[in-house]
Each structure stands twice: as C-alpha cells, then as structure tokens.
Design a protein around this ligand. Structure first.
Ligand code: FAD
Length: 280
C-alpha cells in the first residue's frame, strides 16, 4: 500500500523526494492511475503536488512563456497567450487523446512520463523549450531536446521534480504545423506524429520533431535556401528523417507501417509549412 503525501510548499515537496525512497510525484494522475489499475506500478510513496501555489500558472516572461507543471493539456490548447504566441504548441496539445484526458493530465506529467509516443514533446523540441528541474540542491534547466535519454528514460533524477517548462515565443514570421496519424481510433496514441517549424532567416531553418517513430522523441533540423523547390525541400527533409525513423512494432502497427506513415507525416507537414511560407 502506497502512502500519499500532500505537501503545501515546493520546499516540502522536494524535501520529501530527497528523504524518502521509492517516491513518485503525482501530477494529474492519468498515467499513474492506468498503471496502478494494470497492476504494473508499485511505489511506496506518492507526492501529490496539487496544493503547491503557483505550479498551475502560465506566465508571459517576455521572450518566453513559462508553463507551470500543473497546467493542464487543455489549458495549453485553449489559453489565449499560448494560442497567439505558441500556435504550434496549442495545436499539438489539442491532439492529445480526448478532452477528458486533456482536462486532467498536466504539462509536467506529460514530459516526465517519458513515453516515446507523446505528442507534445514533438512541438517542444522544435520550439526549443527548456524544462526546469528542482531538488533540495537547487534548480537546473535542461533543453527538452536533451531531456529524453532513451526508451522510457528521461534526464529527471529521483529527487527532482519538474517545476516549469519555458517555451520561446514562436515568432511572427515562423510557420508551424503538427501532423498525427493513429491507427486504432482518431483520438488514440499516435502511430506517427510530426511537428514541423520553419524559421525564416538568411537561410530558413526547417525543424522537425518526430514522435512514436523511434525509442524517444527525435529532433532534426536542416537549412533550406530560397532557390530550393518545394519538392527539393521535401526530399531533403525525408532524407534526414530516414536517419532517425526507427519505430517499435506494437498493436498499433508494424515497423514498416509506422515508418511509412512517418514519411507521409513528414511530407505532409513540410509541404504545409512551405505553402504557408510562400503565401506569407
Ligand atoms: C486514455 C489515454 C490516452 C492517451 N493518449 C495520448 C496521446 O494520444 N498522446 C499523448 O501525448 N499522450 C497520451 N496519453 C498520455 C497522457 O498525455 C499522459 O498520461 C499525461 O500527460 C500524464 O500527465 P499526468 O499529469 O496525468 O501525469 P501523472 O500520471 O501524474 O504522472 C506521470 C509520470 O510523470 C511523473 N510526474 C508527474 N508530474 C511530475 C512533475 N511535476 N515532476 C516530475 N515528475 C512528474 C509521475 O511521477 C509519473 O512518473 C494518454 C493517456 C491516456 C490515459
């Protein structure tokens, strides 16, 4: 039987994580509850962070939007600041599961869950977001691009919790889109998901975030110049995507099927942002 701790302050929460063995932070509980019901999650202590002030806030810090770990996925979809300053993030969070899950699941719990199929990290890597990790030793910031270390393994240490996600504002000239394909139901986990962001400059930087297509979220980028045709850009994007696509076979599809869908998602996303750039 697990003990449920309900700290009232951040200091109390990280103190519990430092003192107790076999402890898990409890965010929205959507992943934890499923794993408990499946009988495959055993932990001595849960630290419910729901009473700690400020962890559910979205704050405009100027260059970046700071997202508290308890901000729900639904808030990320609907908050006017996220919709206007981070349209790609808003679009991506809106595609997670169904409204019931999105209303309960938290942005911090989503990252910490570390599943290779998560949708939001695909947008967070192309937006160059940072994740803030806090323990009794202090706070460190890690790029979301570095946070996912291996299959179901993140950079989060046992005595740390996520205390913020900082996402640089998208920039008015950039164009982004999120493409998701699921095989079992429209609001199911993806077989392939791809976030694409084009950031214009002397050369346009084309950034790709791949989800469900490898043991972890993958980030890729390439420079494109004005003279390249849309087809040449698609070919270049597919060439680097092929170096990263390494799917895991499961009930949602074979390796070959997922790799095929992944390439289609990359092509669809890239063509979409290229068309938008051309009409900007
Ligand atoms: C039916 C269903 C369908 C789903 N479909 C999708 C989908 O299509 N796409 C997708 O991306 N996701 C999907 N998910 C996963 C969902 O996004 C995650 O369950 C959710 O985001 C986890 O957030 P949570 O707050 O509920 O985490 P919890 O269940 O509370 O915790 C999950 C993990 O994160 C840790 N944790 C939580 N908060 C913190 C914190 N602040 N600091 C450190 N560690 C923390 C916990 O200890 C635990 O290890 C689905 C889930 C369900 C139940």
């Amino acid at each position: 039987m697990s003990t449920f701790h309900v700290p009232q302050t951040l200091a109390e929460a990280v103190g519990l994580l430092a003192e107790l063995d076999d402890t898990m932070v409890y965010g929205g509980g959507t992943a934890i509850q499923i794993l408990l019901k499946q009988g495959i999650l055993f932990t001595d202590h849960f630290v419910d962070i729901g009473r700690i002030p400020g962890l559910g806030d979205i704050v405009d810090e100027g260059e970046v939007i700071k997202v508290g770990p308890l901000v729900s996925l639904r808030q990320m979809e609907t908050d006017p600041r996220v919709r206007s300053q981070l349209p790609l993030a808003s679009q991506t969070y809106a595609k997670v599961a169904n409204p019931r899950v999105r209303n309960t699941a938290s942005a911090g719990g989503n990252l910490a869950h570390g599943d290779y199929r998560l949708d939001p990290p695909t947008a967070l890597v192309v937006l160059d977001a940072m994740v803030e990790l806090t323990s009794t030793s202090g706070t460190r910031e890690v790029s979301v691009r570095e946070f996912f270390v291996d299959f179901q393994v993140t950079d989060l240490r046992a005595d740390e919790m996520i205390t913020a996600i900082r996402i640089p504002k998208q920039g008015k000239d950039s164009r982004g889109t999120f493409v998701k394909y699921s095989s079992l139901a429209a609001n199911d986990w993806p077989c392939a998901s791809v976030a694409v962001l084009a950031v214009p400059g002397e050369l346009t930087e084309l950034r790709l975030g791949l989800g469900a297509l490898a043991p972890t979220t993958r980030y890729l980028a390439l420079d494109i110049d004005q003279d390249m045709s849309e087809q040449e850009v698609v070919d270049a994007a597919l060439e680097i995507a092929d170096t990263a696509i390494d799917p895991i076979e499961d009930v949602r599809g074979s390796v070959g099927y997922k790799a095929h869908l992944g390439r289609i998602a990359v092509e669809e996303g890239v063509r979409s942002v290229m068309k938008e750039l051309a009409h900007a």
